[in-house]
Design a protein around this ligand. Structure first.
Ligand SMILES: [Zn+2]
Ligand SMILES: [Zn+2]
Length: 322
């Protein structure tokens, strides 16, 4: 049976509460992938302990903090505006140089190469919270134990499974784009750059190797860890806790979770997003802060982007949940 038929069949059987068929059948990724993913996930987080130890009693320097904030915003918006709103959902059109710049910025966020990222995320939208979703917190069912296991899976565990998303099927547009292929191939180099940059800047600004090292820790590793966990929280928490003001497809349980709005650059208005995936603004209601949409608006003013899908009031009203 082809993957498509199998997925369609599983989809029909799914009742919305049981564990997904085959939930326990894990095919672990190859050793190399597990090693690499483990390093990418664990090293930045472990750096936090080292950094806290070094900073204990002396605090964190303004240089480290400013570099960390700057790189967090640069790479974070690369993921949200570039990888997600532009390349996954086509919610606007960008000038070719800006498209490449955003893809480069997103690649520096240590979340996989741009083409794979887009393919996985499109699959998440195609099968949200039902069998076929690469990272659904409902994989193990909706009882408490299943839910907790599911959260761990949706946050992090899924990265260690061999559950390859075929790029030819989910991202043929990017696979056929020479510029995006170049950016995807440069992913390891861009990750290295993402860590080397704060080290060099810290060294240059403070004039000491130690200054370079603490900048590497805070603005390199810890900044990467924070952005990773915020992004993964959108996959895990934003399908479990929060409000659901908008209608979504059957079984889709995406939520709006305000505490993450600023750190996620507006991506935690996830129910709004799942309800209208191609919309350039995810926080569509009053007081729903959405810095990614703000940046797209700015780009539009500069004339660097066009065809922006801004929310339409009538459409929005129709999508409101009873
Ligand atoms: Zn989602
Ligand atoms: Zn999306």
């Amino acid at each position: 049976m082809s993957i498509d038929n199998l997925a369609a069949e599983r989809r029909q059987d799914y009742d919305g509460t049981s564990p997904f068929p085959g939930a326990e059948e894990h095919v672990p990724a190859g050793r190399l992938q597990i090693g690499l993913t483990g390093a990418i996930v664990i090293v930045p987080f472990a750096a936090l302990a080292v950094a806290i130890f070094l900073a204990w009693g002396r605090g964190i320097s303004l240089t480290d903090l400013a570099l960390a904030a700057g790189l967090y915003v640069f790479t974070g918006l690369g993921v949200t505006v570039g990888f997600h709103r532009l390349l996954t959902h086509g919610s606007f059109t960008a000038k070719p140089w800006l498209r490449v710049a955003l893809a480069v910025a997103g690649s520096m966020g240590f979340q996989g190469n741009v083409i794979d990222w887009v393919a996985v995320h499109r699959r998440h939208h195609a099968f949200t919270d039902r069998p076929g979703d690469p990272h659904s917190p409902y994989r193990y069912g909706t009882d408490l134990r299943g839910q907790l296991r599911g959260l761990a899976h949706a946050h992090l565990g899924w990265l260690f499974d061999k559950d390859t998303t075929p790029v030819e099927r989910y991202a043929p547009d990017l696979a056929a784009d020479p510029a995006m292929n170049r950016v995807a191939r440069a992913f390891p180099a861009l990750c290295a750059l993402s860590l080397a940059l704060p080290f060099a800047a810290g060294w240059a600004i403070t004039g000491s190797l130690y200054g370079g090292l603490t900048a590497f820790l805070w603005a390199g590793l810890i900044r990467v860890a924070l952005l990773q966990h915020v992004t993964w929280s959108v996959n895990s928490l934003c399908h479990v806790i929060g409000e659901r003001p908008f209608k979504t497809r059957r079984h889709d349980r995406s939520t709006n979770l305000w505490p993450l709005a600023l750190l996620s650059f507006g991506e935690s208005w996830h129910n709004g997003h799942h309800s209208e995936p191609a919309c350039a603004r995810h926080g569509v209601d009053r007081l729903q802060i959405d810095p990614s949409a703000g940046l797209i608006r700015l780009f539009e003013r500069f004339g660097w982007v066009s065809n922006v899908h801004w929310p339409e009031r009538d459409r929005l009203q129709r999508r409101r949940a009873g």
